[in-house]
Design a binder for this molecule. Structure first.
Ligand code: PMV
Length: 322
């Protein structure tokens, strides 16, 4: 059968998904909002073949084993079931960034796998269905299917929990300048982290405040009010990390370098360089600014020692076939 290749972006969450209503179907406790990233992505090719005796999976040129392989095979099984195809697959996936560092490799990875595998199996699925399937692979992957600025409506069943585009990439000229401060894989995966939320005394209030926060963020988008937008996303990141750090066991995704960059961002703001940080489940800091300031932010970051890489991202289209 034909080999099909898909490319999908990673995404940065402005309103975070942390905690689930349904563990295995990955139905989130709250809706979330994100932006797809132009420079951080996964490219995956899939071919189903009668010559294979099992699924073959390679990520970043290495054969995948253990639980990581089981997760991919389960995803392929779901697509085989949908298409009625009974063949094993050869899967090759490449990230242009290190896995497991909070740069959301599972999001771009499962979005690209979903699109490539569905197409290779002869399915022609709508964006909504692709987003649902990607979500089952890895929650935030559902947001890497639609384009630009994306909302994942929590829903209450598998069929109504999926992401849609709020605005196309060109709607707002903002950038995510990523300060990569750590390239070692994280100790606690986000899949495991999600299960700890109820042990944090702050989680209930986080969930109660969510609808209001989402309304406020959407209004900042409508008005393209960058100051409002920045204040909301920075407070939201701190809110999620407070839940993480107060769960049992406590999850600390930050390193001293993370904190150094966060404080620098606050200082730059005081000196008229308007930018705000947000952080997912890893040590890297995503600095949001208007596109015209991206280079300035990068230049400031260069002055901080120990930053391994700086990546300027524009808003991007979602998963596509190539
Ligand atoms: O999709 P997961 O299980 O990798 O969880 C993602 C969690 C965060 O990155 C911390 C937040 C988010 O909404 O992307």
């Amino acid at each position: 059968m034909k080999r099909v290749t898909a490319k999908a972006p990673a995404n940065i969450a402005f309103i975070k998904y942390w905690g689930k209503k349904n563990e295995s179907l990955r139905i989130p406790a709250n809706s979330s909002i994100s932006m797809n990233l132009s420079e951080v992505f996964t490219q995956t090719s899939v071919e189903f073949s009668a010559n294979l005796k099992s699924d073959k999976v390679k990520i970043d040129n290495l054969p995948v084993k253990g639980s990581e392989k089981v997760r991919v095979v389960r995803h392929l099984d779901m697509i085989r079931k949908l298409s009625g195809l009974n063949l094993y697959a050869d899967v090759t996936s490449n990230n242009n960034f290190p896995k497991g560092t909070g740069l959301a490799s599972s999001a771009s990875g499962f979005a690209a796998l979903t699109l490539a595998a569905a197409k290779a199996a002869g399915l022609d699925l709508q964006e909504k269905k692709l987003s649902i399937l990607a979500r089952i692979g890895s929650g935030s992957a559902c947001r890497s299917i639609p384009s630009g600025f994306v909302e994942w409506k929590e829903g209450n069943s598998s069929e109504n929990s999926y992401a849609h585009s709020l605005y196309p990439p060109e709607y707002w000229d903002i950038c995510d300048v990523i300060a990569v401060v750590g390239e070692v894989g994280k100790k606690v995966s986000s899949t495991e982290g999600h299960t700890l939320v109820d042990s944090s005394p702050f989680y209930k209030s986080r969930i109660l405040e969510m609808p209001k926060k989402i309304r406020q963020l959407k209004s900042s988008f409508e008005k393209k009010d960058f100051t409002d937008f920045g204040r909301i996303i920075e407070a939201e990141a701190i809110n999620m990390h407070s839940v993480m750090m107060t769960s049992s066991p406590a999850l600390y995704y930050w390193t001293p370098k993370t904190m150094e960059v966060m404080l620098a961002v606050v200082e730059w703001r005081d000196k008229e360089l308007e930018c705000y940080f947000t952080i997912d489940a890893g040590p890297n800091v995503h600095i949001m600014c208007l596109a015209k300031y991206a280079q300035k932010v990068k230049n400031q970051l260069k002055k901080i020692s120990g930053i391994k890489r700086i990546i300027i991202n524009n808003p991007s289209i979602g998963a596509r076939l190539i």
